[in-house]
Design a protein around this ligand. Structure first.
Ligand code: SF4
Length: 355
């Protein structure tokens, strides 16, 4: 039986702003078992990355850092001095349990013992993920240098090269000393995957691993991730706005909309028979998913998409936040927020009218 590896409980995260709090994650609970692949799917801006960052304890740090660059009216740089570290700490609540240890209860130093060694995170956006001033060999060795004491430089180098070969990085021995600027987007993604695996973690979280890559490189990265899923005994969490990425990799999928989960279940069941109106709209937006549904049933689903746009996180609609875009919305949907309920041991849904 697969043991529970990572469990998020009632996680909430917000960004303080001069015009009120911006809700990024709103009461999310989910879990991932050993050797399982969980997909987190939703439109851009629905809170997927915020969920991961808040569960791993660096939502506040990355937002404090980003404040300095914010040009919008959310927070002006001159206001930073008034938002201290203690205030930021209160922006995240809930639990993130890794094998029974709440990561959010740990100090930053204690948490650092788990990150990179037990849990690896492959961040979204290749541009800022690798430091331009260190060679890829130095950067990929970092998890070993930090977490595995008494490892010789030569051992470290051969272990890193082994992983760079596993992800099919061409000429890794010759290019070990080159800086990240000498590598293409697809190669940088491979280096990040090797770096995430090199210290033999138990859970790997890949945030939008194929975005910003062209189609052929996307297919190669998908093959690398499939190899990680099949050959390594790791729990894998794949975060994506692309349903076809999740369909190919995940065992279970959690659908996120405006900071909340709206449907969770077995990937085959949800992709063939989505129940929540948002999931139905999402699936009907992807030609490959429609083709798959047509092949497996007599029904003739059509490519439709979802009308409207996701809500502004500062003005989330009352009741069910999907109601302005939902073709089935009734007055109850405007007044009452549907909770995520189990409809079977493997399926949960948050909707007043669909199960
Ligand atoms: S609760 Fe109402 S608005 Fe929300 S998805 Fe269900 S039917 Fe649509």
């Amino acid at each position: 039986m697969q043991e529970l590896l990572f469990e998020i409980k009632n996680l909430r995260a917000h960004v303080p702003s001069s015009k009120g709090n911006i809700v990024a994650v709103d009461d999310v609970s989910l879990s991932i078992k050993e050797n399982e692949c969980l997909g987190l799917l939703g439109e851009s801006g629905c809170g997927k990355t915020s969920l991961i960052k808040s569960a791993l304890g660096f939502f506040q740090v990355s937002n404090r850092y980003n404040d300095a660059k914010i040009q919008s009216d959310w927070i002006y740089p001159y206001q930073l001095e008034y938002i201290d570290k203690e205030t930021w700490k209160k922006t995240v609540s809930g639990r993130a349990m890794y094998r029974g240890i709440d990561l959010l209860e740990l100090s930053e130093t204690e948490r650092a013992r788990y990150l990179g060694r037990h849990i690896s995170y492959i961040p979204q956006g290749l541009q800022g993920a690798l430091t331009p001033v260190f060679s890829i060999g130095e950067q990929a060795s970092e998890p070993l240098e930090i977490h595995i004491t008494n490892m010789r430089q030569s051992e470290m180098r051969s272990q890193v090269l082994e992983y760079l070969d596993l992800v099919n990085l061409a000429d890794s021995r010759e290019r070990y000393v080159l800086d990240p600027g000498k590598f293409s987007g697809g190669e940088s993604q491979r280096i990040l995957i090797a770096m995430a695996l090199v210290a033999a973690p138990y859970l790997v979280i890949a945030d939008e691993p194929t975005s910003a890559l062209d189609v052929t490189i996307q297919a190669q990265i998908m093959n690398v991730l499939k190899m990680v899923k099949e050959e390594f005994n790791v729990g894998l969490m794949v975060v994506s706005h692309d349903a076809s990425v999740i369909a190919e990799l995940a065992d279970r999928v959690a659908i996120m909309y405006s900071g909340r989960l709206v449907e969770v279940g077995d990937v085959v069941q949800i992709f063939h028979d989505p129940r929540h109106p948002y999931t139905q709209g999402l699936m009907s937006s992807f030609p490959r998913i429609i083709m798959m549904q047509r092949l497996s049933s007599d029904a003739r689903p059509r490519l439709r998409g979802i009308p409207g746009s996701p809500p502004n996180p500062r003005e989330i609609p009352t009741g069910c936040s999907f109601h302005p875009r939902c073709p089935h919305a009734k007055s109850k949907c405007i007044d009452q927020r549907p909770e995520l309920k189990s409809t079977s041991p493997t399926h949960q849904i948050a909707c007043h009218y669909f199960e």
